[in-house]
Write a protein that binds this ligand. Structure first.
Ligand code: PEP
Length: 249
């Protein structure tokens, strides 16, 4: 049985005051039926890990460099993330792929580095609206999975997040059938590549405008093991009902 995961991506949002939201989340979830992950900006990571303490909330990074140290101004290594308290790291988010020109090879190298350091790599995949409308979704997703996910992954080392680019931060959500089609496809590819045991253990998150109002329907879709949530993870009051919907699913 895969343990469900509610993951929050705070992106470039939050200064010290935002730790109050994390505190509220941790206090409400000393224990939980699902895993809860918050990925704050790197400036808050260390304090966020302290605030989360031994609650059911863990913290993670939003990106890392593939090198373990060196002349990479402004970047963070996996050891730095771990040292700050991260247990996971989001990689290949469409905003990184677009804003920083990260292709599959770069994401792959980062994922290898993260996994080698003992972090769980949360690798994001997703098609653009043009690709969806051209009927290329599964080809695009399949190529991204092949190109940006390392060999030898297990349910411990890898989480895959399906995030259609056109659904991120837009309020638009694919139909439940469309989500189900992609997740079934991803599950098949994971099992093909990593074998029945490991491929079945990797958690598949849906991401893109998940809100309290649509969470239950999305979580009822086969092979949706949780969500990667942007905007609705910034406030504990918004994230709590999403966690509750996942716990009830
Ligand atoms: C995201 O940042 O990965 C995301 C899905 O954002 P939102 O929930 O705001 O669409």
């Amino acid at each position: 049985m895969r343990r469900k995961l509610a993951a929050g991506n705070w992106k470039m949002n939050g200064t010290s005051a935002a730790l109050a939201e994390l505190k509220a989340l941790a206090e409400a979830n000393a224990t939980a039926a699902v895993d809860i992950l918050i990925c704050p900006p790197a400036t808050l990571l260390h304090r966020a890990a302290e605030v989360a303490g031994d609650s059911a909330v863990s913290v993670g990074g939003q990106d890392c460099h593939s090198a373990t140290s060196g002349a990479h101004t402004g970047d963070l290594s996996v050891d730095m993330l771990k040292d700050a308290g991260a247990e996971s790291v989001i990689l290949g988010h469409s905003e990184r792929r677009t804003d920083h020109g990260e292709g599959d090879a770069v994401v792959l190298a980062k994922a290898e580095s993260a996994i080698a350091a003992g972090l769980t790599a949360v690798v994001c995949l997703g098609e653009s609206l043009e690709q969806r409308e051209a009927g290329e979704t599964l080809d695009v997703i399949g190529a991204q999975l092949q190109g940006s996910v390392p060999d030898g992954c297990t349910g411990e080392t890898l989480v895959v997040a399906y995030e259609p680019i056109w659904a991120i931060g837009t309020g638009k959500v694919p139909t439940l059938e469309q989500i189900g089609e992609v997740h079934a496809f991803l599950r098949g590819r994971l099992v093909e590549r990593f074998g029945e045991e490991n491929g079945s253990a990797v958690r598949l998150l849906y991401g893109g405008s998940v809100k309290p109002a649509n969470a239950s329907d999305i979580f009822a879709v086969e092979d949706v093991d949780g969500a990667l949530v942007g905007g609705a993870s910034l406030k504990a009051a918004d994230f709590a009902p999403i966690i509750a919907a996942l716990s009830d699913s």
